[in-house]
Write a protein that binds this ligand. Structure first.
Ligand code: AMP
Length: 538
């Protein structure tokens, strides 16, 4: 057989040659649309590839984007990897301190900044050493090169030359359980294979006739691979900018058939979608993941709107798709209520992904049964799963000796292979589909001289999934001891604000004399949850 390289250049070429007339539509900040087709995109990607090369970017160099979901970002999704450089989308929700640390570790040589975040970028620009910054918009021209100027002045053709499918193509950071973000480096081969797997009928199931709307930000785990999967399938793409003021209106105006985003987005959008039920008739499927999709919301979408919910589970470390919750043929005869119960599980491994449930023993791990009841640590492997973090040796905390990834999720798997997350072993709170490290917040709180102990837990929240709650023990004669609880909470919030993103800051602080402890003297988070959120099953 031919040794045919699996590269993103093949995806781009296929999209251009076979689906050149398919549309990319971007919602602009003024409410109008920017529209062009794959051929126009392809021509601009070629120019961009030449321009980036001219700027001195070589094979393997990291190039960051600080941008929302727009056609420019989509162009960069192809131009950067297709010249052999590494696309590094920065999470705009992280704090300046975290971003500066990530950019330093990644050694990004060039950063592309979206207009929407130009002001925000200025808050940490001086803290990063980066050769060049390219702005999308003339408004922020100052001394910087502009994106359009760069494209206009570049030579038109570029001959793709990815010589090895194992070259890195992308870098995404996940928030680590200990607070320090960890990089995951994807290769052309891993992303190509992820794209093929994601495009199967029983996975994303995107076809040439679809209009795909990735609400999931392009900095979150490569927008779940949708920019590549959609263009390989030849679907039209709708890009929503930052966050559309009204998702229902956008779906109605652009005829979206498949949309993807975290449950918080779909909970928020539901009332408006319901009002416009007749305008969104073409919407046939939502791909939902990042955190658990509540059964009631699945029911609401399927029963009231006739929209199929595909509940997915994955991780940045997995490119990111791992499991997909679709019904089997034998489920056809079940009642709707029984079907929704199955769909609320995180689903079966997609082809190419292996799962196992494990329990730690004194000499390694033993495998647990798939009986739908036994809870174990979920471990995975696949051609698109990382075998180490960027610039780090694989550690026993994250990888087993036989080379499986320890996901940090606790789960059951039933005899049919449906996996259900029941808990998280890692100290992460999931809020709006993003991780908040409880350990990082606890460490930061303990820096205050009057805080003796601090524990942060995730309290269930209807809108966000979970929100952090800080439980604090103060030193008895500290400087703040004569203040009210509200004042002390404000002081502590202030302290956290300089280090962490706004959405990480606990909504509530509770001051107690003592924190419940486990038998080995650790903070007993389960007991704390029972005290402050007694309805939680832990
Ligand atoms: P990230 O790398 O930011 O995408 O986070 C991955 C983590 O998100 C997983 O390890 C899970 O803890 C959580 N997660 C992702 N999808 C789901 C889901 N469908 N249900 C519950 N948790 C999820």
């Amino acid at each position: 057989m031919m040794n045919y390289p699996l590269t993103l250049a093949q995806i781009l070429e296929h999209a251009h040659r076979i689906h050149g007339d398919k549309q990319v539509t971007t919602l602009l900040p003024d409410g109008t649309f920017h529209r062009y087709n794959y051929t126009a995109l392809y021509e601009r990607v070629q120019r961009l590839a030449n321009a980036i090369t001219q700027l001195g970017i070589h094979c393997g160099d990291r190039v960051a984007t600080y941008a929302s979901n727009t056609y420019q970002h989509l162009e960069l999704y192809y131009a950067i990897p297709c010249i052999g450089a590494v696309l590094h989308p920065l999470n705009v929700r992280l704090s300046p301190v975290q971003l500066a640390q990530i950019i330093r570790e990644a050694e990004d040589k060039l950063i592309f900044v979206d207009n929407a975040f130009a002001e925000q970028f200025k808050t940490f620009e001086s803290k990063v050493e980066c050769d060049q910054v390219i702005n999308f918009d003339p408004m922020f021209a100052d001394t910087r090169t502009l994106y359009e100027q760069l494209i206009a002045e570049a030579t038109p053709e570029y001959a793709w030359d990815i010589r090895d499918e194992n070259w890195a193509m992308g870098l995404c950071y996940t928030s680590g359980t200990q607070g320090e973000p960890r990089g995951v480096l994807y290769t052309h081969r891993s992303m190509f294979l992820h794209t093929l797997a994601a495009n199967q009928t029983d996975v994303f199931g995107v076809t040439e006739a679809d209009v795909v709307l990735p609400i999931v930000p392009m900095f979150h785990a490569m927008a779940w691979g949708l920019p590549y999967a959609s263009m390989f399938a030849g679907a039209d793409i709708v890009l929503p900018g930052i966050k559309p003021p009204c998702i229902a209106k956008l779906i109605a105006e652009t005829g979206v058939t498949v949309a993807a985003g975290v449950p918080t987005i779909w909970a928020e959008a539901y009332p408006e979608l319901r009002k416009r039920r007749t305008d969104i008739r073409r919407l046939r499927r939502l791909i939902v993941g990042g955190e658990a999709m509540p059964l009631s919301l699945i029911e609401a979408y399927e029963k009231e709107l006739g929209v199929e919910i595909c509940h997915a589970w994955g991780m940045t470390e997995m490119s990111p798709t791992g499991t997909f919750s679709k019904l089997r043929g034998v489920h056809r005869s079940l009642s709707d209520a029984e079907k929704w119960k199955i769909k609320a599980k995180q689903g079966r491994p997609i082809p190419g992904v292996e799962l196992r449930l494990a329990a730690e023993t004194s000499n390694g791990f033993t495998e647990l049964p798939w009986d739908g009841e036994t809870i174990g640590e979920l471990q995975v492997r696949s051609p698109w799963t990382a075998n180490s973090y960027y610039k780090a040796e694989p550690s026993a905390e994250h990888f087993t000796t036989d080379k499986w990834l320890r996901t940090g999720d606790m789960a059951t798997i039933d005899a049919d292979g449906y996996m259900q997350i029941v808990d998280r072993a890692k100290a992460l709170i999931r809020s709006g589909g993003e991780s908040i490290s409880s350990v990082a917040l606890e460490t930061a709180l303990l820096k205050h001289p009057d805080v003796r102990e601090a524990v942060v837990v995730g309290i269930p929240d209807e809108k966000w999934g979970e929100r952090p709650l800080a439980v604090v023990v103060l030193t008895p004669i500290g400087a703040v001891s004569n203040r009210t609880d509200a004042d002390i909470a404000d002081i502590l919030k202030q302290q956290l604000t300089s280090e962490f993103p706004k959405f990480w800051i606990p909504d509530k602080f509770v001051f107690v004399d003592e924190i419940p402890k486990t038998s080995v003297g650790k903070s007993d988070k389960r007991a704390i949850l029972q005290m402050f959120a007694p309805t939680v099953r832990r």
